[in-house]
Design a protein around this ligand. Structure first.
Ligand code: UD1
Ligand code: MG
Length: 466
């Protein structure tokens, strides 16, 4: 039979232990926000399960505007509702706010409650929980796990001692030793929550309304203990955040390896959640691939390179220690070592960019070469143009940025500068050491440097005698 489910994501807390100016759901974790992971797992679950009717609501409070505007922009194609918890009086209070503010919440058979700080959770956990509830016909199931170090988690007191969940702050020495802990994921029959949610109290050391108080031995409720604790890691401090990122990174690498990507030293790389890499590509040691970077097939990213939110096509070579941010590199091109591509650098097919070259907001067409020690900003450089060593676009006059255009098949000698705005036609030739401040028509030659004066035998006047 089709079930109807309301999914409630608790995301109102301050995240005090993370000591960040950002609200906890907005903290970056492998290129996404913490809250994204919980939402993704919820959407995956809804896709896989035969759910007749569903709703998703995010409980926000601390810096709610930041969280809500992010969610509205990022999930504009999804329907996510918001519940406002003005004061963070505990997880039980957060759920009370949800029912108070959403009159139709009671119409769903089940209420699945998730936290916004468990980025490793995968959707099959919710399926198992649903099955566990069906099998036992209980009113509520909490997902639990056994951990080596239970610090920070609510402890699951076993049935023989009277099943209940005791928070760390309220635990005596014996309870503190219990290794089975609450993951923060719960499936309730909605009717059960409504019967008991308003009966909980703040008689605990935190003075909060605990959702966990809905679990006690007198009721038809149970814990479903999962054998893999890593999935449930809650991110409450920077130690847990690093651990979560490390696990997400390992998962990502393992997936890419299955897809045919070779890592030379996978332990040293950082690959964000949304990164894509094509078959046959090789990633060397200490490479960071961030944000929504896409790398094509048979591309080589050499040691120490950092690539953020960029597209690198097929058969590209990014040589060692290059830094690429919001740029695109087309097929068969090569950059580095030590190339810096800044936002909107567009490197054409088979182009070659060499060491100590910085490129910003510029389109370099097919086969362009900028091989050494240059700055190219706000420029358009046509096909097969060769730029010598030590070239500079003087694009900024102290107030505004100006464009440099160089036509195709041109040759720009070493140590030249283009004072923008300036335009060179196709097939131009600029002699080395020129400072070009006037546009040139197609096919023109320019030399613009101080004339050389040679005086025979005059050197001795300037060379110090030993
Ligand atoms: C909670 C559980 C604990 C469990 C752990 C798992 C309670 C009382 N404790 O503790 O048993 O082992 O998760 O990770 O539930 N939140 C609100 N409003 C509030 C308070 C919290 O929305 O008033 C949200 C937070 O933003 C967070 C989630 O609820 O997403 C959990 O809160 P957190 O402070 O992280 O609780 P834990 O101490 O981790
Ligand atoms: Mg937590």
């Amino acid at each position: 039979m089709e079930k109807s489910i309301a999914i409630v994501v608790l995301a109102a807390g301050k995240g005090t232990r993370l000591k960040s100016s950002l609200p906890k759901p907005m903290i970056d974790c492998q290129g996404k926000k913490l809250v994204d992971y919980t939402l993704l797992s919820a959407f995956n679950f809804l896709e896989q399960e035969n759910i007749g009717k569903y709703t998703i609501s995010l409980v926000t409070g601390h810096k709610r505007e930041d969280v809500e505007s992010y969610i509205k922009a990022e999930y504009s194609d999804k329907k996510i509702g918001f519940t406002f918890q003005s004061e963070q009086l505990g997880t039980g209070h957060a759920v009370q706010c949800y029912f108070d503010q959403n009159p139709s919440a009671k119409d769903y058979d089940y209420t699945l409650i998730l936290c916004a700080d468990t980025p490793l959770l995968e959707s099959h956990v919710y399926q198992v929980l649903l099955q566990a509830r069906d099998d036992s016909d209980s009113d509520a199931v909490v997902a639990s796990m056994s951990v080596e170090s239970p610090t920070g988690y609510g402890r699951i007191v076993p049935a023989k001692q009277g099943f209940q969940i005791i928070e760390e702050k309220d635990a005596d020495q014996d309870v503190a030793k219990i290794s089975e802990v609450n993951s923060g994921v719960y499936l309730f029959k909605t009717s059960y929550i409504l019967d008991h949610l308003y009966g909980i109290n703040t008689n605990n050391n935190a003075g909060e309304l605990y959702l966990t108080d809905l679990f006690c031995s007198e009721r038809n409720v149970q814990a479903c203990c999962f054998p893999y604790a890593d999935q449930f890691l809650g991110v409450n401090d920077f130690v847990q955040l690093e651990k979560a990122e490390h696990i997400l990174n390992s998962r990502k690498v393992a997936q890419l390896q299955k897809d045919g990507v070779r890592f030379r030293d996978s332990r040293s790389v950082a690959i964000d959640f949304d990164v894509e890499i094509g078959e046959g590509s090789v990633i060397e040691a200490n490479v960071s691939l961030r944000g929504n970077t896409k790398i094509g097939e048979n591309t080589l990213i050499e040691v120490g390179s950092i690539i953020k939110n960029s597209t690198i096509e097929n058969q590209v070579v990014v040589k060692a220690y290059s830094y690429v941010d919001q740029a695109i590199i087309h097929t068969n091109a090569g950059i580095g070592p030590f190339t810096h591509l800044r936002p909107n650098a567009d490197i054409g097919e088979a182009a070659k960019i060499g060491n100590f070259v910085e490129i910003k907001k510029s389109v370099l067409e097919k086969g362009v070469k900028v091989s050494h020690l240059s700055y190219v900003g706000d420029a358009e450089i046509g096909e097969n143009t060769n730029i010598g060593c030590g070239f500079i676009t003087c694009n900024y006059d102290g107030a505004a940025k100006h464009k440099t255009k160089i036509g195709k098949n041109s040759f720009i000698g070493s140590d030249s500068q283009m004072i923008a705005p300036i335009e060179l036609g196709e097939g131009c030739y600029v002699a080395s050491g020129s400072t070009i401040n006037k546009s040139m028509p197609a096919g023109a030659f320019a030399v613009a440097r101080g004339r050389q004066v040679t005086k025979e035998n005059l050197a001795k006047k300037f060379v110090k005698k030993k």
